[in-house]
Ligand binder design. Structure first.
Ligand SMILES: NC(=O)c1ccc[n+]([C@@H]2O[C@H](COP(=O)([O-])OP(=O)(O)OC[C@H]3O[C@@H](n4cnc5c(N)ncnc54)[C@H](OP(=O)(O)O)[C@@H]3O)[C@@H](O)[C@H]2O)c1
Length: 244
């Protein structure tokens, strides 16, 4: 991987992620939030209904390493259902890496689901003891799951959810993996601090696949500063800091 901005030179996904220390940037009342998403050159966040056709090996490596840099993952129910989410930290190596960064080796996945409609055979929900926090407006609980599920009845109030994650769960940093609906609500609420956006070197063409942010119209555009720009195998890896 080559770093093009701010300084030209060789780098790697491990080098880039190793220096993040996201939790140290957390404000007092919520976790620090970094989004990680991938898009085609014409702005689509999926092809054929999911992201499998988008990321190459470098993007996948960055995706898994970025998980090791945050206390928890935040993700919308649509993404969990379509991408068939499994336990967050997949290897002993990644667990050890989290410990070296002072983070709990077992990483909670926070799922936002207004209706609380999630298939109980989802690999994440069938992983014995896997920590899962579900933010929902519904009153019921999921049945037949093996994961260690906690419910936060925060409705559609994302600010309240983030405050609870910080105060009650001790979560200081979140990697938000989308999807487009959740990200648009997070942007509208001013709850995103950074964006890691990978650009896959391909065009998806027409159709109705979403962009990385669909949902409510923002009252005004949200500006961002470029933090870094890297390249590997023609894909671009960008990091942006949102101007609050
Ligand atoms: N390119 C990328 O990096 C990337 C990343 C992730 C996903 N994707 C793609 O995006 C597509 C899915 O898009 P999506 O917009 O449906 O994903 P999503 O944002 O993950 O899921 C939408 C669902 O999440 C819940 N939700 C989102 N925001 C909420 C809020 N503010 N309050 C309460 N509930 C909320 C609702 O769940 P309920 O319906 O359960 O109430 C809603 O139906 C898939 O094709 C996926 O492959 C792409």
């Amino acid at each position: 991987m080559r770093r093009l901005y701010p300084r030209d030179g060789e780098t790697s996904a491990a080098d880039l992620v190793g220096q993040l220390d996201l939790g140290s940037r957390a404000p007092d009342d919520r976790p620090y939030v970094a989004v990680n998403m991938v898009s085609t050159l014409d702005g689509r966040a999926a092809t054929d209904g999911d992201t499998r056709g988008l990321g190459g090996p470098d993007d996948r490596e960055l995706f898994h390493l970025l998980r090791t840099a945050a206390d928890a993952i935040l993700v919308g129910a649509g993404t969990v259902r379509i991408e068939r989410y499994a336990e967050a930290v997949k290897t002993d190596d990644l667990r050890a890496r989290r410990e070296r960064h002072g983070l709990d080796p077992e990483q909670p996945t926070v799922i936002v689901s207004a209706r609380l409609v999630l298939p109980s055979d989802l690999p994440l929900l069938q992983a014995p003891g896997a920590p899962v926090i579900i933010a929902t407006a519904a009153d019921h609980e999921l049945e037949g799951v093996e994961a260690d599920v906690t419910y936060e009845r925060t409705g559609d109030d994302l600010k309240l959810l983030l405050a609870r994650l910080r105060a009650d769960h001790g979560i200081r940093s979140l990697i938000c993996e989308g999807g487009p609906t959740l990200v648009s609500y997070m942007l509208a609420a001013g709850l995103i601090d950074e964006f890691f956006l990978s650009l896959a070197p391909k065009f998806a063409g027409g159709g109705d696949e979403p962009t990385i942010s669909t949902g409510p119209v923002l009252p005004e555009p949200v500006d961002a500063d470029l933090v870094w720009l890297c390249e590997a195998d023609d894909a671009l890896f960008t990091r942006w800091r949102i101007k609050h």
